[in-house]
Design a protein around this ligand. Structure first.
Ligand SMILES: [Zn+2]
Length: 135
């Protein structure tokens, strides 16, 4: 039987917390690219202007200057960025591929964009691994 000293246990707990954090939070570089892409999206720019004019209606600018709807980061219409965000939620760091509705829930914890669900369903439908599992 392995007994853990108090300091070992504390260390282990810290490690586990770190792991969980890594699994749950989106990749920082991806988040940064989303934020950087926001000003080039006409729709998001319009939302941003509205905030300045009428005050926030669910939307706000966070401390990094990023447009958010509640806690969700507004993803610009840049397909390249979306096509990176979606696979990240689909495969995560685990080996199982998430189904469309679970993935949608996961994504909505962090991100929002128009037609997000359609993009998610489309992506899962095209995933070769998922198609093989079903077959
Ligand atoms: Zn898949």
């Amino acid at each position: 039987m392995v007994t853990l000293s108090r300091s070992n246990a504390t260390e282990l707990t810290a490690m586990l917390e770190h792991l969980t954090l890594e699994q749950e939070e989106p990749t920082p570089t991806l988040v940064e690219r989303v934020i950087m892409g926001q000003p080039s999206d006409p729709l998001l720019t319009r939302y941003r202007d509205c905030i300045e004019e009428y005050g926030p209606k669910g939307y706000h600018i966070d401390e990094k200057g990023a447009l958010r709807l509640g806690n969700q980061l507004c993803v610009p219409g840049d397909q390249a960025v979306r096509q990176e965000i979606i696979p990240e939620a689909h495969q995560t760091r685990l080996t199982i591929h998430l189904g469309a509705s679970k993935m949608y829930q996961e994504l909505c914890r962090w991100y929002t964009w128009l037609r997000i669900k359609i993009d998610v369903v489309g992506f899962v439908g095209r995933c070769l691994t998922c198609q093989q599992v079903k077959a």
